[in-house]
Design a protein. Structure first.
Length: 324
DNA sequence: AATTGACTCAACCGCCTTTTT
DNA sequence: AAAAAAGGCGGTTGAGTCAAT
């Protein structure tokens, strides 16, 4: 049979953590670690909390090296880029942002970044408290000629073009830093989400909670793996024994994509060949904010679109996809 | 000074996947 | 192989805060 119940829900405290509870949890974990068992931890630590609650508190707030506060422009770039690529998979996005938690990024996206994108080019919003002048609104970002982003081959062409084609007439979302570097160092056929892909993805997103589970039917050079080999603060990485989080990369059609700064590695015969380290280089940020705005707007009204419109669907239609 | 409304973010909820028995 | 718990994750909520009126 299975294991003992997770926790006695009648006997656990809910709501905000007190400083005393924080101290207890922190002290216990620093002394003993999680022991690989969050469920048993609160009892051992003398806390009347659910194990899941302890885990969340530790990962999102108490653990060392957590970054709180302002997101940098570069972090904005990474978030936008990855959101466009993979959607709301915050844990994966968090794995690219050392010190940030998935919860943080999710909150930041939902409360600020999304609004920033939607609000870009429109009348300025009412003055907000804690006004964050650090983040440049998209309307102030430099723009380039539409469709520059896909000039190197695009998402559809080389992969066989199954069901996803970049319309040359369509304005192109030039994704920030990572996507650009991705493009610049990529041969034709290297996939990256265009605005169209983002649109489709967003349409499908709301109606497909837990829709992102990608599977591999067979191993081949056409696959996708996400993540990085860095320490991250996503919820998953607090579990060193958790199992499936080793070095993770996104691989597609023979190329991989992973790590903060987004190295592009060529994959030949299942071996990675790193082409360059982009950690330092930061090309200009480019957005077609009108389009992003449109995408975000449409999300709310077209949430029920079928899964076939999701980026995973498009990716899957072109190559094998895997999560590792 | 009081009220209102927007905003933030920690924490909860529920579902899916993985692991254990 | 099946069942159930644990782990993990994304969506949502609600209390607290603060600016505007």
């Amino acid at each position: 049979m299975g294991r003992a119940p997770c926790c006695d829900k009648n006997n656990v405290k809910k709501g905000p953590w007190s400083p005393e509870e924080d101290a207890k949890l922190k002290e216990f974990i620093e002394k003993h670690g999680t022991g690989g068992n969050w469920i048993a931890l609160p009892q051992k630590a003398g806390l009347r909390r659910c194990g899941k609650s302890c885990r969340l508190r530790w990962l999102n707030y108490l653990r060392p090296n957590i970054k709180h506060g302002e997101f940098t422009e570069n972090e904005d770039r990474v978030i936008c880029s990855m959101f466009a690529s993979i959607g709301s998979r915050w844990s994966i996005i968090a794995s690219q942002l050392p010190g940030r938690t998935d919860n943080d990024i999710k909150n930041y996206w939902n409360t600020k970044l999304k609004k920033k994108l939607i609000g870009a080019g429109a009348a300025p919003p009412r003055v907000q408290r804690h006004q964050n002048h650090h983040h440049r609104p998209l309307s102030m970002l430099p723009h380039t000629t539409p469709s520059s982003f896909y000039s190197a081959g695009g998402f559809s062409s080389a992969a066989g073009g199954a069901g996803f084609h970049q319309d040359p007439a369509m304005p192109t979302l030039t994704l920030p830093t990572t996507a650009q570097e991705y493009l610049v160092s990529s041969p034709p056929g290297l996939p990256m989400a265009s605005a169209t892909a983002l649109l489709h993805h967003l349409h499908g997103a709301a109606a497909t909670a837990h829709h992102h589970q990608l599977q591999v039917k067979e191993e081949s050079s056409n696959m996708i793996v996400f993540g990085s080999d860095q320490q991250s603060c996503s919820s998953s990485d607090g579990m060193p024994h958790g199992g499936h989080h080793g070095r993770e990369l996104m691989i597609f059609d023979g190329y991989s994509y992973g790590g903060y700064g987004s190295c592009i590695d060529q994959v030949v015969d299942n071996k990675l060949f790193q082409q360059q380290d982009h950690q330092a280089a930061q090309p200009p940020l480019e957005y077609n904010f009108d389009e992003i705005k449109q995408l975000l707007m449409n999300t709310t009204t077209n949430a029920a679109q079928d899964h076939g419109g999701s980026i995973e669907g498009m990716i899957a239609s072109q190559g094998k996809v895997t999560m590792m």
